[in-house]
Every structure is written in structure tokens, then in C-alpha cells.
Design a protein around this ligand. Structure first.
Ligand code: DX5
Ligand code: ZN
Length: 220
């Protein structure tokens, strides 16, 4: 049986009631907290930074899956480790020396992930795929929650899954953007093992049930 990781995106939480929303995720069947850090340079939006992550970390009782949408992420690898990140994902498009960045993340004892924008071909990861713990496929353009899912994502996931299998890499595939109960199953069938969901969870009247629904649908 395939145990797909469900990662609600805190970006879609009510920041005025952040502790309440973190406790909701703690109490749910979610596996990870997905944390989006945006710098207003790599993406046209600024989300939140270290003090807010620290506040989340104080209450969160599950894996912290941190997605950096920032330029020059190397500057902050140790900082994110100290803030409690378990998985640290950087963007391929933001790293000039990706191999070095991946090694630096692992040297801090975190799982290393690389994210690809919708226009970036999965082939660019061929020479580092065996070093990676996770590949995050952006299924919307990064920067905002609530956008609609890009259908070409399925092709990318299948191609990446074939590369992972062919190389014997242990990397898992995470999908981020526009995930709902409508596309979750097909994404897992294509090869995804972790699904991020922001608006779909937090716009729901019953987020705990919505998380349970996603977990159920994506367990094949
Ligand atoms: C977008 C972020 C996503 C976002 C997903 O740049 O990386 O994690 O929170 O939100 P939804 O699920 O609403 O598309
Ligand atoms: Zn994200």
C-alpha cells in the first residue's frame, strides 16, 4: 500500500489564528507542515520569514517541510536547520551551484529537496537525482496560493518517476499547487508520494475531514 504524505500549506492558514490552525494540522491525518518562504525577488510575493517559522515550530508536532522560494538560499541553510526544518527544498532556478547546495543541506542533517518551476524540464536533475531526498514539482507558478493546476504536471511526474526508477534514486516526488481531491489520485498514480494542499484544505469548512479525504484518496 502506498502511504502518500499529505502536507497542508500554512500559507493558506489564518495568520491571526496561527496557533489554532497549527493545532488543527497536529490533530489531523496530515503528515507534514508545508512552509512557503518567499523573498519578493525569486517570486513576486513575500510570505513570512524566520520569526513566524519559529512560532509555527513551537506548536507543530509533525515534520516541517520548508519550501524556499528565495534567491541565494545557501545563506540561510543553517538558520533553517536551527528553526527546526526537517526537509529543506530549494529551487533549481535559484541555485548556481546546486550540487554544493544539496550537500550543504544534507551536511546540516536535513533531507534535501529541489523544486522545479512549471517551465523547467525534469532532465536538468539527471546528474543530481541520486543525491536528492525529494523533488518538488510546481504545478502552478510559485508565489501565490489558490491558483489552478497546470495539467502538464502529469507528464513531468511520469518522466521524473522513470528517471528515479532507472537510476535507483530514493528521491520522492512532491506536488505543489492546485492540488484537490479531483487530481490527487491521478498524481499518485503518476508517481507522486507527497501532496501539498493550501486553499483546498483551509478554504474547507471542515479542514480535518478534507485532509482525511485527501489521505484516503491518495492511499492506493
Ligand atoms: C505556491 C506555494 C504553494 C501554495 C499552494 O507558491 O509553493 O505551497 O501554498 O497553495 P494551493 O494549494 O492553494 O495552490
Ligand atoms: Zn510550496
Amino acid at each position: 500500500m502506498k502511504n502518500t504524505m499529505i502536507a497542508p500549506s500554512v500559507l493558506a492558514a489564518d495568520f491571526g489564528n496561527l496557533q489554532r490552525d497549527v493545532e488543527m494540522i497536529n490533530a489531523s491525518q496530515a503528515d507534514w507542515f508545508h512552509i512557503d518562504i518567499m523573498d519578493g525577488v525569486f517570486v513576486p510575493n513575500i510570505s513570512f520569514g524566520m520569526p513566524v517559522l519559529e512560532a509555527i515550530g513551537k506548536h507543530a508536532k509533525k515534520t516541517l517541510d520548508v519550501h524556499l522560494m528565495i534567491v541565494d538560499p545557501d545563506r540561510y541553510i543553517k538558520t533553517f536547520k536551527d528553526l527546526g526544518a526537517d526537509i529543506l527544498t530549494v529551487h533549481y532556478e535559484a541555485c548556481n551551484h546546486l550540487h554544493r547546495t544539496i550537500q550543504a543541506i544534507k551536511a546540516e542533517g536535513m533531507k534535501a529537496g529541489v523544486a522545479l518551476n512549471p517551465h523547467t524540464n525534469v532532465n536538468v536533475l539527471e546528474d543530481v537525482i541520486k543525491d536528492l531526498d525529494l523533488v518538488l514539482i510546481m504545478s502552478v507558478n510559485p508565489g501565490f496560493g489558490g491558483q489552478s493546476f497546470i495539467e502538464n504536471t502529469y507528464n513531468k511526474v511520469k518522466k521524473l518517476k522513470a528517471m528515479i526508477d532507472a537510476t535507483g534514486s530514493s528521491a520522492i516526488i512532491e506536488i505543489d499547487g492546485g492540488v484537490t481531491s479531483k487530481n490527487a489520485k491521478a498524481l499518485v498514480e503518476a508517481g507522486a508520494s507527497a501532496l501539498v494542499a493550501g486553499s483546498f484544505v483551509f478554504k474547507s469548512e471542515t479542514p480535518i475531514e478534507t485532509i482525511a479525504e485527501l489521505k484516503e484518496i491518495s492511499t492506493l
